[in-house]
Design a protein. Structure first.
Length: 320
């Protein structure tokens, strides 16, 4: 029993981390964890932003108007787990854009010992998610997108595992998103998304199956044009989002900004009100060098920082 408890500690921690901003009965709360350093640097206020392939995790409609293929790797380190995401994106002219992704969240190995305390094996709890995304433009202003996700929570074992119960639980989910460029004012973009609509995650039996953490998000992004009158090399975008459950419970507000110098260097920052793990601010840095884009970000406050582990996010993208 003790071994099994340790094995699922990662899943339970993820649930506890999100309890502040979601219904405690939700399962698969790792679906709410942010992906990508651009997103984190802007305090997750990105439903109306277009951040390349990274945007599929906040609003699948954001890839609809991309013109270049992209390969991306996102890495994260938090007290909850270590995450790695790989995405490949293919825009097709006059059709839309397609993307395939795999997201692995590793909660760390749990050691198995014999009665004398000698290590005899390892329990391996992980979340694995496969995603397929399609986005398409409708006219000059509207973009639509959808992501299908197949997720699995599994506990494996290596070594002497006779007394360890291994298992896997699976579920499917769909994200829908839209973005709208306001006519006659290309500086303003409105975004909306509903994420994680799907079947319950069943770990033990149907009675204990948990609903997925469905979230509805709306937001706006604005390019501050007044700066161009004084400094031609600087561009500033600001964004604000509101996120809540499908019943409008536990709303969270997010505000972010991206300051760009010569379309090469990015400085990002933002504030989060009522975040899922208690984080209240974020800071990020980005650098574009030809086809290669590098981003790094971190959050301030929350469970990871309180536990003495700085939450860090790194992204590397290649356009071709």
């Amino acid at each position: 029993m003790r071994t099994r408890t340790l094995a699922i500690a990662g899943l339970l921690f993820t649930r506890a981390a999100a309890a502040q901003g979601s219904a405690s009965s939700d399962g698969a709360l790792f679906l709410l964890l942010p992906v990508g350093a651009q997103t984190v640097g802007m305090a997750q206020a990105t439903v109306a932003e277009r951040l390349g392939s990274e945007s599929i995790w906040s609003n699948p409609a954001a890839i609809a108007r991309l013109e270049k293929r992209e390969a991306a790797i996102h890495h994260s380190e938090t007290i909850a787990a270590r995450g790695d995401v790989i995405t490949l994106l293919w825009p097709r002219k006059s059709v839309g854009a397609f993307a395939l992704s795999v997201n692995v969240l590793d909660f760390g190995n749990q050691q198995i010992t014999d009665p004398g305390g000698t290590p005899i094996g390892l329990v391996l709890p992980r979340n694995i998610l496969f995603a397929g995304t399609f986005g398409a433009s409708v006219g000059k202003q509207l973009s639509l997108g959808m992501t299908y996700k197949r997720l699995q929570y599994r506990v494996d074992c290596s070594g002497q595992c006779a007394n360890v119960t291994t298992f896997s639980a699976t579920s499917s989910a769909v994200d829908f998103g839209a973005q709208y460029d306001v006519p006659r004012d290309s500086a303003i973009r409105i975004g909306a998304a509903i994420r994680n609509v799907g079947t319950r995650l069943q770990i033990n039996d149907q009675e204990q199956a948990d609903p997925l953490p469905t979230r509805v998000e709306v937001g706006v992004s604005y390019k501050v044009g007044v700066l161009a009158r004084y400094v031609s090399d600087i561009e500033l975008r600001v964004a604000g989002d509101v996120v809540a459950t499908e019943t409008a419970d536990d709303p969270s507000a997010r505000f972010g900004a991206d300051l760009t110098y010569q379309k090469t260097v990015h400085l990002r920052g933002g504030y989060i009100a009522n975040d899922t793990d208690g984080a209240n601010a974020a800071l990020g840095f980005g650098l574009e060098t030809g086809r290669l884009l590098f981003d790094i970000a971190r959050t301030f406050g929350g469970l990871s920082e309180d536990a003495g582990k700085t939450p860090a996010y790194v992204s590397l993208r290649f356009r071709f």
